[in-house]
Design a protein around this ligand. Sequence first.
Ligand code: HEM
Length: 468
Amino acid sequence: MTLLLVVGRGLLRRAPPIKEMRARLAAVKWALQKCFSTALRQDVVITDRATAHRLLVRGGGGGAFCNRPPTSAASSVLSRQRHHNIGSAPYGPLWRAIRRNLVSEVFHPSRLRLYAPARRRALRGLLADLREQCTSSNVALAAESMHAALFGLSAAMCFGDGVDAGRVRAMADAMEDLIRSLVGLSVFAALPALTELVYRKKWNKLVALRRQQEELYLPLINARRGQHHRPSGEAPTYVDTLFDLLVVDDNCSASGGNSPKQRLTDGELVGLCSEFLGAGTEPAIAAMQSVMANLVKHPEVQEAVRREIDAVIGEDAEEVGEEDLGKLEYLNAVLMEALRLHPTVPSLSRQYDRVVINQAHGLNFLFTRKVIPEDHIVLDGRRASAGTTVQFPLERLARDKAAWADPDEFRPERFLAGGEGEGVSLVAAAGSAGEIKMMPFGAGRRMCPGMGVAMLHLRTSGTSWRTS
Ligand code: HEM
C-alpha cells in the first residue's frame, strides 16, 4: 500500500506525456502476452486413453488432478479469485459444499421428477413453435427454438415458473453477451490488479455485463427469498436450495485462520445462478446443433429416428412421454454418436498440482503442494513441473482407431446391440475397466455434475425432430 502511494505521488509530480504513457502501456501489454504465451507453451497434452484414465480417474488421490488452471469465470475474475462457482472453485470445502448441493438438492432423481411439469411445458412450447414456423414459412429455425425452450426450462428450475417471458429473453441475451466476452477474459486469470488496468476496456465491459446480470437476477432471487411457504409437491428452485447453504471461505481456511461457516452473498448467488443457466443450456444446445448438422447430412438417420418414435408412441400421438424415453434406443445412439464425434467442450484442463489461494494483508498469494508419486507425469525422462497445465483433448481421445471402427464416421448403429459402443458408459470411472472410450462430460472428481439432467433434456428435445 505504501509503495502504491509513493508511486502515486511521483506520478502527480511529473505526469508523463500521453504518448509516452501509451508506449509504456504497449510495452507492458507485450510483456504480459509473452508471459501468457510462455505459460501456454508449457501445457502437457495427454492423447493416450490409458494415461487419461490413470490421471483423471484412478489418480488424483492427493488432489493433483482435481483443479482447473486459474479461471476466467466472470465471478472469479471480478472478485479477484475470491468468489467462485462450482466450475472455478479450487478443490476444497467450498467446492464440495456447492457441488453437493447441486447434485443432491436439484439433480437427485427424486427432485428431478418434480420438474417434469416444467419439462412438459417446455417441450409443448417447442413443438408448437416448430409447427408454427413450418406452416408459416416452410423453414424452421430449430436451433433457436430449442435454445429458447431449454433456456426457459433452466430459468424455471433456477427461479421458479413465474418468470415472465420478456425477462427470460433478456437473461438469455445477457448470457450470450457474457459468453462472447469470456473468450478474451483469460488475460485476467493472472495478475488481476495489473491486467485490469492494462485491459481497461475489456474490464469495463465485463463489469457492465455483470451489473446487467445483477439487475436481472436479484429481483428474482429476492422474490424467492421472501416466499416462505412453498405449496407441497412443488419443486424447490436452485436458488431456494442456496439460501440456507453454509459454506467455508476457502481463502480464510487456507491461511490457517478460523473460518466460520457463512451464507452465500448476493454476488455469489448471482454467480451460481449464472453458472446454472449457462452450463445448463449452452453445451446442450451445441450438442443439439451438431446432431442436427449430422441429420441434415444423413436424412436416413432422421427418418430412422422418426420411425422409432412412431413405433413406440403411435403415429397419431402428439408428444413422447418421459416414461417412453428409455425405449428410444436409436435416438439415444444418435445422441451418443454426436457427443463422441463432436464433444461440446473441446478439452479438459487440469492444473498439475494442488493450488491453494491464500490471502494475507489483502493480497493473494499462490501456494503449491507437492504432487503424489502416482500422479507424476514424466516427459523425455524429466518430471513435468508442478503448476503445469495438463490438457485432455476430448475429440482426439474419442476418435481412437483402437477403440472405434472408422472413428471419423457418423455411425449411430455402433451404440446398438453388437456394436463396439454397446454399453459404453459416460462415467469413465464405472464399467470401463481402466479404459476411457469417450468422455464428453469429463472424468474424475470434476466431471460434469449435470450429465444426467443434460441427457434427459437432450432426449426430450430430440423427440421434436419428428416435427422438424
Ligand atoms: C450436453 C450438455 C453438457 C455437456 C456436454 C457438459 C460438459 C461438461 C464438461 C466436459 C465439463 C468439464 C468436466 C471435467 O473437467 O472433467 C463440465 C463441467 C461442469 N458442468 Fe457440464 N455439461 C453439460 C451440461 C451441464 C448441465 C445441464 C449442468 C447443470 C447446470 C452442467 C454443469 C456443470 C458444472 C457446474 C461443471 C463444473 C464441475 C466441477 O468443476 O466440479 N453441465 N460439463
